[in-house]
Design a protein around this ligand. Structure first.
Ligand SMILES: Cc1ncc(COP(=O)(O)O)c(C=O)c1O
Length: 388
């Protein structure tokens, strides 16, 4: 087993070794790290719902009624009417015929792509797609073509060159997880129509955040009914765990039969389902929670720009601060942590080589004082690291 030590040492040399940071307590925007209270500025809990009293109540009520686990896969002994309630609510929210839940976003992406495509097919994906999409393509054994990030001319070229396949699936993150920019979904839908392909969007970071109703990127662009497969997570803005796929009744029926990560995996735990249901209802009843998130995102982006940080123009609750090489990225993250701000460094393979970054995310529950203080920490840490 010497290879373990060798490979770990190699990761250290390349500045790619990862270690777990332990949080001994966490509550909303604050966590205890190494005994020190830190402001969390990189969570996917965009709306702060993980600790919302109603969401926590939803989880407790589900445990009281259904127990701690679901006891089996959905097709055996684990199919609770609670799962079906959540799926009906998701379908209503998304404006689709039906929805289906998975244990995680990773499981949803791998399961769906594997179910929908095979050796005779081709999947066309954005260069910055999430790793779970790439793994789904590998599992499916479909041909896999990558187009340059958001480059529609390149996608069209690949569509022209791939006419001979049985099926063609275009798959993209709706909002790119490490960059915060959006996929040009209307253009993708037009190309899909023109070249007889079908589209899958991963709305992990858009669900609950983007769109008039917070229903994701199709909602944002007014593309209802045009995106055949809409995947999203329950683990980010919805503050729980798990994922969904929303689409036609036939698609969902097919996935129930063919998505291996659905068929061969235990149904989501009642607490996670109960929490997601409560979060989904809350999000629709209280749009002001989302509005606060966008106000915070705008405020923080402006503050960073004023200080001399190069940040993307596109408004998003995800703000990448590109540092560059791995060591400098980790040093910047370390300086921030010393200041009491937890925003971990992101390195390859999560992002392309040379684009190491601090991935900032805002939350609805950050206060103006939190953000003013975080900006002053970024001013000091950025100067120390030579980023500004
Ligand atoms: C774009 C995207 N898709 C899928 C996932 C996987 O979701 P989960 O964490 O629920 O497995 C994530 C994040 O983790 C993501 O950022």
């Amino acid at each position: 087993m010497d290879f373990l030590a060798d490979e770990l040492e190699d990761l250290c040399k390349k500045g790619l070794y990862r270690r777990l940071v332990s949080m001994t307590a966490t509550r909303g925007t604050r966590s205890l790290i190494g005994g020190k209270e830190c402001l969390i500025l990189s969570s996917n809990n965009y709306l702060g719902l993980t600790h919302h009293p109603e969401v926590m109540r939803g989880a407790r009520a589900a445990i009281n009624e259904w127990g701690a686990g679901s006891g089996g896969s959905r097709l055996t002994t684990g199919n609770l009417s609670l799962h079906e309630d959540l799926e009906r609510e998701i379908a209503r929210f998304k404006g689709t015929e039906r929805a289906i839940t998975f244990g995680s976003g990773y499981a949803a992406n791998t399961g769906v792509i594997q179910a929908l495509t095979g050796k005779e097919d081709v999947v066309l994906g954005d260069f910055l797609n999430h790793a779970s999409i790439i793994d789904g393509c590998r599992l499916s054994r479909a041909h896999f073509l990558v187009y340059r990030h958001r480059d529609m001319e390149h996608l069209e070229k690949l569509l022209k060159e791939s006419q001979g396949y049985r099926r063609r699936l275009i798959v993209t993150d709706g909002v790119f997880s490490m960059d915060g920019d959006m996929a040009p979904l209307p253009d993708i839908a037009v190309l899909a129509e023109r070249y007889n392909a079908f589209v899958m969007v991963d709305d992990a970071h858009a669900t609950g955040v983007y769109g008039k109703r917070g229903a994701g990127t199709a909602d944002h662009f007014g593309l209802d009914g045009q995106i055949m497969v809409q995947m999203g997570t329950l683990s980010k803005a919805l503050g729980s765990a798990g994922a969904y796929v929303a689409g036609s009744a036939r698609l969902i029926d097919y996935l129930v039969n063919r998505a291996r990560s659905f068929v061969f995996s235990t149904a989501p735990a009642p607490a996670a389902v109960g929490a997601a249901l409560a979060a989904l209802r809350l999000l629709q009843e209280q749009p002001e929670i989302r509005e606060r998130l966008w106000e915070n995102a705008l405020f923080f982006r402006k503050g960073l720009k004023k200080m001399g940080y190069q940040v993307p123009e596109e408004d998003s609750p995800i703000i990448p601060v590109i540092v560059g090489d791995n060591d400098s990225t980790m040093k910047m993250a370390g300086s921030l942590l010393e200041e009491g701000v937890y925003a971990p460094g992101i390195r390859p393979p999560t992002v392309p080589p040379g684009t190491g970054r601090i991935r900032i995310t805002l939350m609805s529950t950050h206060t103006r004082e939190d953000l003013d203080w975080a900006l002053s920490a970024f001013a000091r840490a950025g100067k120390k690291a030579g980023v500004i």
